[in-house]
Design a protein around this ligand. Structure first.
Ligand code: ASP
Ligand code: MG
Length: 605
């Protein structure tokens, strides 16, 4: 007999008939010999409706009252579903988050789960009852017992947290799509269903705009080793399994907040190549990385910052023993890149190499939505007087390229800052790619991002730390942080530009925050652009397979799409393009990696 947590999303419980259908499925699961805990969302678009009501009254409603309001949606569903189960002859009991004992922080509208009490749930389960629990909500453990919510889409997170706390055999997320697809089927008609995906890949996709799963749910599944499956509530198809590394025994204390970082990694076998002042037009990255790939040189990080004038800088890292060839390829390609490019007043393009670098990385699923974690890494390095040359971020990692002589010190201060012990740091394992598998698992599009750039930031340790600390204090999460390669002397000081993306709704707040930072530290202008789209490819198999990024850039080039920014991590490549080209970019890239399925995936309205 298994203990199963099932979560049903808003569409799956959108009408009385659908609630009755859910009751039937739950009943069948019990009849097959299982114990079941059901977590539900609010019916249909109820939560959106409640948000609208609030905004009809206030442009900026009080967050506590928002939680009071929004938590009512799920309470309706739990009562109705329990009635439907009882009506079908299945004993059931509904419980709110507070009644279960889902203890959260007090941060209204975005609370994180601190602990989950299991006594009451176990008692009901022992009585043979099905438990129907309200998702998305919890209660603060301050004496006031404040009702909190976990953030939009948060009932996935409730479900996985309950599964972790109860040590359930697995957690099923029922939704209106048949599982996790290679792209959003509303935008890419021939998106294909995956049978499985790793948690790390899912984390990237979920946070890059794929909306099937709340990233925090994946984070908990990964940390507690909860087997997770995403399935359709309309069929009995098996869906997509989200696989975790070996299950860990981990205390429930501080469930969502303990230990955002669980390892410090380093790599001293990389060298950096930077191309300065290459033309800002479609096809440049495609040509460069196409050539690099045809030499079978494996590129690790790629970074292209926002353009200056009409030229870009592109920097990348390769394994040290390919540096000579990478440099030769880069120098040889410059004339071809310049062909037909109007001569400008700027200096000529140039190739710059840097041999003695090291990459230090902090890794851990707990850094999602916690902007303070990256900021803490930067300030830790700054306090040790270590300058950061390149930054690359993914959902579960922040990597900094630094001077090789600083590497040992960097590891020591980072282990100390994040409380990682001797054994916790490691050199990333060389994974042998399975070349039979496609290197790319899925493609995601995020149209809800804005690009923020701070011009002419003094090039000295501590500047990135200041900027990201200040943003973290305002709870603004950043993604895709990029420092320009080119230094420019402004009023006698060496400066670089720092650019990154934030959620569109945080764009203005980021601007105001940064304008004050800029004034204080003598930086230049702050530029915000909301008309951008971010397209990303994700896949663990791209590690050690040359040419993956080149294929993505080439696909964009063939559609005449200009790449404004590039950032990569081990398992992801993201490009910023103009907003109105986002959907075409997504479709083109999906096709370029031959991800299409043979039949169309049905998505209900
Ligand atoms: N009802 C909440 C929302 O729409 C939580 C959820 O459905 O996951 O955001
Ligand atoms: Mg959802």
């Amino acid at each position: 007999m298994a203990l199963i947590v099932q979560k049903y999303g808003g569409t799956s419980v959108g009408t009385v008939e659908r609630i009755q259908a859910v009751a039937q499925r739950v009943k069948q699961t019990v009849e097959a010999g299982n114990s079941v805990v059901v977590v539900v969302s609010a019916m249909g678009k109820t939560t959106d409706g409640l948000v609208k009501l609030a905004h009809d009254i206030s442009a900026n409603p009080n967050r506590r009252e928002m939680d009071m309001l929004l938590s009512t949606g799920e309470q309706v569903t739990i009562a109705l579903l329990s009635m439907a189960l009882q009506e079908a002859g299945q004993p059931a009991v509904s419980l709110t988050g507070a009644q279960v004992g889902i203890i959260t922080e007090t941060h209204h509208t975005r609370a994180r789960i601190l602990n989950v009490a299991t006594d009451r749930m176990k008692r009901h389960l022992q009585n043979g009852e099905v438990l129907v629990v309200a998702g998305f909500q919890g209660i603060s453990n301050a004496q006031d017992l404040e009702i909190t919510t976990l953030g939009r889409g948060g009932s996935d997170t409730s479900a996985v947290a309950l599964a972790a706390a109860l040590k359930a055999d697995f957690c099923e997320i029922y939704t209106d799509v048949p599982g996790i697809l290679t792209a959003d089927p509303r935008l890419v008609e021939d998106a294909r269903l995956m049978t499985e995906i790793t948690c790390d890949e899912m984390l990237e996709l979920a946070s890059l705009g794929a909306k099937v799963l709340h990233p925090r749910a994946v984070e908990i599944a990964r940390n507690y080793g909860v087997p997770l499956v995403v399935r359709s509530s309309w069929t009995t198809d098996p869906g997509t399994w989200v696989t975790s590394p070996q299950p860990q025994t981990r205390s429930l204390e501080g469930l969502e907040i303990a230990r955002p970082v669980d390892a410090v990694e380093f790599d001293t076998d990389q060298a950096k190549v930077a191309l300065l002042r290459v033309p800002d037009r479609p096809g440049v990255a495609a040509k460069l990385f196409g050539e690099i790939a045809s030499q079978r040189l494996d590129v690790d990080l790629i970074i292209q910052s926002i353009h200056e004038g009409n030229s870009n800088d592109i920097a990348f890292t390769v394994i040290k023993n390919s540096l000579t060839r990478a440099e030769a390829v880069s120098s040889a390609i410059i004339p071809a890149l310049m062909a037909g490019h109007a001569p400008s007043s700027e200096a000529a393009p140039d190739v710059m190499i840097e041999q003695k670098i090291a990459k230090v990385t902090i890794a851990g699923a707990g850094m999602i939505g916690r902007p303070g974690v990256a900021a803490k890494m930067f300030s830790t390095l700054a306090d040790a007087g270590i300058n950061i040359q390149m930054i690359s971020t993914s959902e579960v990692k922040v990597s900094c390229v630094i001077d090789q002589v600083d590497c040992d010190r960097a590891i020591a201060v980072l282990c100390n800052a994040f409380d990682i012990h001797e054994s916790g740091y490691r050199i990333p394992e060389a994974t042998l790619p399975d070349v039979t598998e496609t290197p790319v698992r899925g493609v995601a599009l995020d149209l809800k991002q804005a690009r923020v750039a701070v011009r002419h930031v003094p090039d000295r340790p501590g500047m990135a730390a200041k900027i990201f600390q200040r943003l973290a204090e305002h709870n603004i999460s950043v993604d895709m942080i990029i420092q320009s390669q080119r230094c420019r002397v402004v009023n006698g000081t060496m400066t670089r530009d720092i650019a990154f993306t934030v959620a569109q709704m945080d764009g203005e707040a980021a601007r105001t925050t940064l304008e004050s930072v800029a004034a204080e530290f003598g930086c230049g202008e702050v530029v915000v652009d909301s008309a951008i789209a971010k397209v990303s490819i994700v896949g663990s198999n791209m590690v050690g397979q040359p040419g993956v990024a080149a294929r993505m850039f080439d696909a964009l080039f063939k559609k005449g799409i200009n790449i404004q920014m590039i950032a990569t991590s081990e398992i992801k490549v993201s490009c910023v393009v103009a907003e109105d080209q986002g959907i075409v970019a997504l479709q083109t890239i999906h096709a370029a990696f031959e991800l299409s399925g043979s039949h169309k995936v049905q998505v209900s309205a």
